[in-house]
Design a protein. Sequence first.
Length: 468
Amino acid sequence: MIMSRIEAPRDEATGTLTDRLLAGLPAEAVLTDPDVTGAYAHDMASFCPAGAPAVVVLPRTVEQVQHVMRVASELRVPVVPQGARSGLSGAANASDGCIVLSLTKMDRILEISPVDRIAVVEPGVINATLSRAVEEHGLYYPPDPSSWEMCTIGGNIGTGSGGLCCVKYGVTAEYVLGLDVVLADGRLMSTGRRTAKGVAGYDLTRLFVGSEGSLGIVVRAVLALKPKPPEQLVLAAEFPSAATACDAVCRIMEGGHVPSLLELMDRTTVKAVNDLARMGLPETTEALLLAAFDTPDPAADLAAVGALCEAAGATEVVPAEDAAESEMLLKARRLSLTALEAVKGTTMIDDVCVPRSQLAAMLEGVERIAAKYGLTIGVCAHAGDGNTHPTVCFDAQDDDESRRARESFDEIMALGLELGGTITGEHGVGVLKKEWLAREIGPVGLEMQRSVKQAFDPLGILNPGKLF
């Protein structure tokens, strides 16, 4: 992690803040030891500066969150909301002298309704915990970020996260029906609904999804659920080039197929996985495409997609016969980021999303950028929705290599915009991509977004320095 550690201030103001917080919070919920608070200073992003929080607060109730925000407003102290800090954009990074508001202790599943097909949860509920809980009722919560075993629902909402299944089931925003939000001044507001339909007024619920804690603190969420689908089957197809793999993706989507997963790994990623896990993938593999279906007859769907892959130039197509084989085929994809981290020790994971028709141009451009900067850059992608994750591998102890890594990262984002894409499909803006958000949405869009921020947070105390 590239950042400096700054000792938290210990002065009269800090003491006053702590005393005011303790007036409405139990002592164990207020942390002030710099050795402890320093662990809450940042998320998992590289190249994102972080300050030293004055205090870390771990509330367990809505009323305690309201108390924190009232104190913060009265004393004009910035508040940085956090979940599991598994984000990759610096959105959860502390600022100097702030209150870090960690919501991990608010981790109750309040309701699961099979009739209404909703779950009502607190923000600290772990994604995987919710998924397993609703599964017991024959239900399914689709959003599945790769960090689902540790990331929280509140963090997923804050960053608008996605996952492997987005190609069929969509992203977090499509499952958030309603929210309870504590505003900057401590007032509690409810948005949205519990019903299947509802169009009353502005859609403030969607406004909070992806806002990175800059508009309010989510303390409760009503989430849509789906019936649990059949077990998926997976197909792996090897290609002689990234272009032919991307052609297969276009053929699959143009043909009207609806895979539950459609993932792509370029040759750099395949080699890294081979080096790490000795999986025996052919060294001649230039791209590996994984497709899955959770339909009533997945074998038939895999056969149809396999034929499209062969027509696009696949050198080998291997369909799984059961869930165990499917999981084995997915293992390589699950190991991708770990394997790329092992290449140099540090990675910057980009999150550029482009139209599917531009996927090949994106991968070819990343390869040129890697050659230009003399770096290893592997790409794994949620190919079905055009969301690429170019991963820059570098030695953080090498200043020149670190500089080249950052410059290559920026060029990749510029390439994504040139191809009609967006700088982030699911990781958010945070600190890492602030200047790029301005480029993407333009001056008028930026002015309107700042106006929204001003309306909800006139004192500018909620997660300052993020987004713009």
